[in-house]
Design a binder for this molecule. Sequence first.
Ligand code: KG4
Ligand code: ZN
Length: 338
Amino acid sequence: NHDITVLGLESSCDDTAAAVLRGRTILSSVVADQTALHAAFGGVVPEIAARAHAEKLDICIETALNKAGTPLSEIDAIAVTAGPGLIGGVLSGVMMAKGLSAATGKPLIGVNHLAGHALTPRLTDGLEYPYLILLVSGGHCQFLRVDGPNRFSRLGSTIDDAPGEAFDKTARLLGLPQPGGPSVEQHAKDGDETRFKFPRPLLDRAGCDLSFSGLKTALLRQRDQLVSDQGGLHPKDVNDLCAGFQAAIRDVLVEKSRRALEVSNDITGFAVAGGVAANKSLRASLETLSDARDIPFVAPPLALCTDNAAMIAFAGAEKFASEGADDLSLSARPRWPL
Ligand code: KG4
Ligand code: ZN
């Protein structure tokens, strides 16, 4: 009953990553981010991302194996993100993993990127099934009840933008650098969240669905009003707009989380994951909510909330244990709902 050692690969968005995991121990986790490559374009350019993944996967894998002190021959299985994501990047990873699997005879495991995020609280904190997780990233926002490595039920999700996308757009509208989440959070720290009014979308509707596209419209309107009134934005305006915007996102996520917890019986904990889970104000509010209900709260370390390959290796190990390996017909899927 030894812990298996898994090489994980991730290349579904703008991070190229490789990691070596043994049991729940992360022996290495290497992430090469492409932020600099896309900076001039104000967002991720799929063609540039695909080429960079194809170029960087090799060196990421080599570095991960070296850092772990584990030669390829000591790896028990190879796990790779097989979707959902930008197809060029997903293909690069799947092809690489198939090559490694064919060359070494090690089992190949195709992992759903979202399952990677959703299982992270088990990797970091050993959370037992079933638990509730709020997945908030640049491309996703959903509440999932997790009953097993491949047993997810969705309690609600965004009907338009993902919160990370909203943070990124807001940063762009205010002339702040990408990725927008960290920039907006930085400015919000010194801002007054009550100065500008932002809507709290969908709170009047029952259930756990969310909406965020109205927030950027509200931001745009207030920005243009300030520009026409005073000829431009003062640093304080930017801080206050960031604070108001962040507070609106936080309030909506907290209220919908409250409802999701209300309808979740016998869960062992409430977790948050995905890039937006790095937001400190959001984390603190969700923790307060959870504490008030005596439900253990798990927010993985920031490096494991954003895209990484350790979560893919872990989800791969869980899937392997419950349903075995995939074969070389594994395909890359741009869309793959849980
Ligand atoms: O999970 P992730 O690394 O990539 C995927 O979308 O799959 O999430 C990236 C998103 C970006 O939109 C980024 O702006 C946002 O997470 N983000 C944040 C923070 N750090 C990253 N949003 C709010 N506050 C942060 N501190
Ligand atoms: Zn992600």
